[in-house]
Design a protein around this ligand. Structure first.
Ligand code: TYD
Ligand code: MG
Length: 396
């Protein structure tokens, strides 16, 4: 989705270009935030290499790693390093001086928390240092019309002096995310002065770096088996892109301790809400059950449209009954057990059809005209109780 008439140049990963709104705008300052170890340096090094291959001068400044460490990583990634100017430096004045002399087409600063200025109080990583360094980089990028990509660490708790405090200074804020133990990574835009914040890019971290995932639905469903108890497929939206994910639930009796609830990839409080609705509005006796819900592939889904999918997976496991064959499930749950519609239904259904699903359990909708031609059976329901009646098979 291109927004405005900004000149842009394209980076080597199409997924990154999409998240940026079509490409990188010259003179823009882009912050790539993420937890330590998620792959920020790897991503930026790969982008640098692809840029350098097009005979553009790239400056890669690391305040975290020595030249040797960067070199080792480059070797692992199969990057020769031709056309990339590496500098291991944390004094921002020296960094700017070097950039001035080099006038690169693209510059990387890894990370903003390691940069410092002598004339500013505080340790590197402190709010004053991080903020002032970012200001100067922003000014330099604008004056020289050179795009700058900077990395910033965030911790789970939302770091002090982390990207949070910088978001208003920079032009674009991207987050690089992934669940622990999953090799999938999602690049998400949370602020973009030059485009929408709706797009995401999906990558897989392999032995030799990040690769783009072109067909995410297929990847996230690769281990899915139709008709598995406790397993439900939901067409979710990642940005504006539909993505089928598998939600698994397991309920096990626990008569001795307070029941445990574990949510992997979904919001914990949302899980409690869904369990409460299932208990009160669908008559499921879950008070003495441990409940675990998992989104497979290590993805996180946060939209309410997956509520009914989670509820169905839990009910399927609890009743030991299979979901209807070749089914996808959609719908937001209200506290009274009523179902609400979901945005962008057509897109989601189109993706389900594309991957061969035959029916969709979903809230009743007023106008079906746009779905008439879709090659899928729509099972419309108005309550969670009705959904479980129609979406789960009777016996085992
Ligand atoms: P890194 O880019 O250093 O993360 P960040 O800059 O966000 O802190 O990524 C480090 C992790 O990625 C590390 O755990 C090893 C892993 N990795 C791979 O799996 N494959 C690779 O090719 C590379 C370079 C790293
Ligand atoms: Mg790093």
């Amino acid at each position: 989705m291109e927004k405005g008439d900004f000149p842009r140049f394209h980076l080597g990963f199409a997924e990154v270009n999409r998240v940026l709104g079509g490409g990188l705008v010259p003179g823009s300052l882009v912050l790539v935030g993420g937890e330590p170890g998620i792959g920020k340096s790897t991503l930026l090094l790969q982008l640098s290499a692809m840029m350098a291959e097009k005979n553009k001068v790239v400056a890669y400044i690391s305040g975290e790693e020595s030249i040797n460490q960067v070199k080792l990583r480059s070797e692992r990634l199969g990057i020769g390093g031709k056309g990339i100017y590496f500098l291991s430096e944390s004094d921002l004045a020296a960094v700017l001086e070097c950039l001035e002399g080099l006038s690169p087409a693209l510059a990387i600063i890894d990370s903003i928390q390691t940069m410092c200025l002598e004339d500013v109080a505080g340790m590197p990583g402190s709010i004053s240092q991080v903020r002032e360094c970012t200001w100067r980089l922003e000014r330099w990028a604008k004056q020289n019309d050179v795009p700058l990509l900077i990395t910033g660490h965030v911790t789970k708790e939302g770091a002090i002096a982390g990207p949070g405090t910088l978001e208003h200074i920079v032009d674009v804020v991207l987050y690089f995310e992934g669940e622990p133990f999953s090799s999938y990574r999602v690049l998400r835009s949370v602020k973009n002065r030059f485009g929408s914040t709706n797009e995401v890019g999906i990558f897989e971290m392999c032995d030799n770096g990040l690769t783009e995932v072109d067909n995410p639905s297929q990847v996230f469903l690769s281990a899915y088996k139709d008709g598995t108890i406790g397993s439900v497929v939901v067409p979710t939206l990642e940005g504006s892109r539909p993505l089928l994910v598998e939600i698994q639930a397991l309920t096990t009796p626990n008569n001795f301790a307070p029941p445990r609830r574990i949510a992997n990839g979904i919001d914990f409080n949302r899980l409690l809400l869904i369990i409460a609705v299932l208990t009160k509005r669908a008559g499921l006796r879950l008070f003495n059950q441990d409940i675990i819900v998992n989104v497979t592939g290590g993805l996180r889904v946060n939209e309410p449209a997956v509520d009914l999918g989670i509820a169905s997976a839990i009910a399927s496991s609890f009743h030991d009954s299979k979901p209807t064959s070749s089914l996808v499930v959609l719908g937001e749950l209200g506290l009274n057990g009523e179902l609400r519609g979901v945005p962008q239904l057509e897109r989601r259904i189109a993706e389900a059809v594309r991957l061969g699903f035959k029916s969709c359990l979903m809230p009743r909708i007023k106008s079906k005209a746009s779905l008439d031609s879709a090659n899928i059976q729509l099972i419309e329901v108005s309550s969670v109780a009705e959904a479980l009646r129609l979406g789960l098979s009777k016996g085992k």
